[in-house]
Design a protein around this ligand. Structure first.
Ligand code: SF4
Length: 272
């Protein structure tokens, strides 16, 4: 159980048989669920570093480098908390850059519609990637393949690099490839990754859901702006910062021992 003296939480991590101590700044008093992003990122980065160390101990090195954006054309599942933060990030951009990024989001959504990955008649803020396959896993494989085939670059990808690197989603921090970059050129190219003992985006989404803030969990990054536009305001409710942080730690500890929650994949693919 983390201790919460003053404004720092001390967290003990035991991941892949390795122990780490983390000090995480705590927002004492009223906070909202977006304040959990910073601790979630700290945990995701530490866990990714441990996973890379684990791979190295087995003779595999992480090959991801700036200038390689191969994985930035895959579905990027993010929590609705991150979607809201990304929408606010885009809103705060200088006008020219903001307009450029918004155009890319619009183009990405248009391609989701023309390739029938989403239903153009469904209400904004409630759309999900659509699959006619039954079964969570089959639906996920189906939408992943169709999305990749549609060649939809992430709206934040510029010159094959992430233009929002310090603010990038949790999944982008956790996804590290250990095979030559050429293998990332296709979904079945045999790319191998480090292990992902916990998926902090899904943890964050579960916490927001358990706090009663939303019934949505994960969405594709390219739907972030429309989701936040319609529903993001509901997440900006002041709550007890310490209690939320404890919920985040508890959820992360539980998720570390469990497979990805099926509900997250259901939301993303709209297969329910
Ligand atoms: S946010 Fe950045 S790292 Fe993540 S998919 Fe987009 S461009 Fe790539």
């Amino acid at each position: 159980m983390p201790r919460l003296p003053n404004d720092v939480a001390h967290l003990h991590l035991n991941v892949l048989g390795r122990d780490r101590e983390l000090e995480i700044p705590v927002r004492v008093g009223p906070a909202d669920v977006l304040d959990l992003l910073s601790p979630a990122r700290a945990i995701a980065s530490e866990v990714a570093a441990i996973a890379a160390e684990d791979a190295r101990s087995k003779g595999r090195e992480v090959t991801c480098r700036a200038g390689c954006g191969a994985c930035c054309r895959q579905v990027v599942p993010i929590s609705v908390v991150e979607a809201t933060a990304l929408a606010e990030l885009v809103s705060a951009m200088p006008p020219e850059r903001r307009a450029r990024v918004q155009r890319r989001f619009s183009e990405a959504v248009r391609r989701l519609e023309t390739t029938r990955l989403i239903d153009r008649r469904a209400p904004r803020g409630h759309r999900a990637l659509h699959s006619s396959r039954s079964g969570v896993e089959e639906a996920w494989i189906d939408v992943s393949q169709r999305y990749f085939a549609a060649e939809i670059p992430c709206p934040f990808l510029e010159d094959e690099s992430c233009s929002i690197h310090p603010e990038r989603p949790l999944v982008c921090r956790e996804y590290d490839v250990t095979t030559p970059p050429e293998r990332c050129a296709s979904l079945d190219g045999g790319a191998e990754t480090t292990v992902r003992p916990v998926r902090m985006g899904e943890v964050l989404a579960s916490v927001a859901r358990s706090l009663g803030l939303t019934n949505a969990t994960m969405i594709p990054l390219v739907l972030a702006l429309e989701w936040a536009d319609v529903r993001g305001g509901r997440l900006r409710v002041p709550l007890d910062g310490e209690a939320m942080l404890r919920a985040l730690f508890a959820e992360a500890a539980a998720a570390g021992d469990a497979p990805a929650p099926a509900s997250a994949t259901d939301d993303l693919t709209g297969s329910r």
